[in-house]
Design a protein around this ligand. Structure first.
Ligand SMILES: [Fe+2]
Ligand SMILES: [Fe+2]
Length: 381
């Protein structure tokens, strides 16, 4: 890689490194170092059409086949009944047009663009095209996250110790495969755009794929990324008037609600009974670092590079996005699921609460934790 590009990437991510270092857990920072170098500096997720990530976890065979986890068995039964076909259950003949106001992909007031003077000066058609690109950026990140979820679900199915968990995991693998299928099809056939993976998201995905500990994979994928997806999909669905996208998100949301529930059921007991205090502290700190990376993912840097890098500095852009009403609402929708679930599995201790408070993320701690199985309240949005 070009040295100038390396330096630019290093400078652009100094704020993230400074924020990440504040928690001061050397073990956690060390475990994130490799993924951070490959994600932020070398931009592995953006170089070429594929990335090989080595995995290092144990596959647990269960020769007794005892089924002793009734809550997971119930989830498995529900998951089998809730399968759908991304090819036939969605109406792919629906036309999608960025200039169709009645079926707008997303409402202008639901995006941060109106807070940018240069955007407000643009002709209406140009504004519509930028909104179209921003939606494509968001859905592209959902797609990349779904690919990570597909492989994480495979790993978790191998590693989890309960047979009922393995049965349930097998349905999640199919669910995530279907999510990759429908997001990819929507992006390529309906929006005609596909953005590269955001560096923050790459770092999160790589770090949990490489970690050998099954509970960290669960925590990162089932609680953090999936919890965030629940909020993000729900917000996008509530602010879109495009019927195909709304139906697609509704069906994906119902699947994701089951996945988060699986994470909470599997981790609740493990974190409160099976870990030493130092192991527990490590999970608390790791979860905070992941929350930070996930928050930064929504600074939409790939979109900024395309449309605004010539007009303002990256730090001015970060300020603008972080302070925008849009970001406040979006952050709220994402973290109002994650924070109560962290509390429920015992990772929101008094020691880490001030860090979450500083990011403005504590206000949801007494909200509803794991969603119900049908996630009905999300679908009513
Ligand atoms: Fe998914
Ligand atoms: Fe999922």
């Amino acid at each position: 890689m070009d040295l100038r590009l390396l330096l630019r990437n290093a400078v652009q991510n100094t704020d993230t490194v400074r924020e990440a270092a504040r928690i001061g857990n050397v073990r956690v920072l060390f475990s994130l170092l490799g993924p951070a170098v490959r994600g932020f500096l070398l931009q592995r997720g953006k170089s070429g059409g594929a990335t090989d990530v080595p995995a290092d976890h144990r596959t647990r065979f269960n020769w007794q086949y005892e089924q002793d986890q009734p809550e997971l068995a119930r989830l498995y039964a529900v998951a089998k009944q809730s399968q759908w076909d991304g090819a036939t259950d969605l109406d792919w003949s629906t036309p999608v047009d960025p200039h169709d106001e009645e079926h707008a992909l997303v409402l202008d007031e639901a995006l941060p663009l109106r807070e940018i003077p240069a955007y407000r000066r643009l002709p209406k058609r140009e504004q519509e095209l930028q909104r179209h690109s921003l939606v494509a950026w968001m859905l592209s990140q959902f797609l990349h996250g779904e690919q990570g979820a597909l492989f994480a679900a495979c790993q978790v199915t191998e590693a989890v110790q309960w047979l009922d968990g393995k049965f349930y995991g097998s349905t999640q693998v199919v669910d995530e495969g279907r999510h990759v299928e429908v997001f990819h099809r929507y992006l390529t056939q309906k929006l005609g755009r596909l953005y590269q993976i955001n560096d923050n998201l790459y770092v999160v995905i790589e770090s949990l794929m490489r970690d050998s500990r099954w509970d960290l994979k669960f925590l990162g994928m089932q609680i953090m990324i999936e919890g965030l997806a629940l909020g993000a999909f729900g917000t996008m669905r509530a602010t879109s008037r495009e019927p195909l996208l709304r139906e697609l998100l509704k069906r994906v949301l119902a699947d994701e609600a089951r996945h988060v529930h699986f994470g909470v059921v599997a981790l609740r007991e493990h974190f409160t009974t099976a870990l030493s205090p130092s192991e527990r502290r490590e999970r608390e700190d790791w979860a905070f670092e992941i929350a930070l990376l996930l928050r930064n993912r929504f600074l939409v840097h790939e979109f900024y590079e395309e449309y605004y890098a010539h007009l303002m500095s990256r730090s001015a852009w970060n300020d603008l996005i972080l302070r925008s009403d849009f970001m406040r609402q979006f952050r709220s929708s994402m973290f109002r699921r994650i924070i109560p679930n962290l509390k429920r599995i015992g990772l929101l201790s008094d020691r880490v609460r001030p860090f979450y408070a500083e990011l403005g993320l504590l206000e949801w701690e007494n909200g509803k934790a794991a969603p119900d199985l049908t996630a009905r309240e999300l679908l009513e949005a």
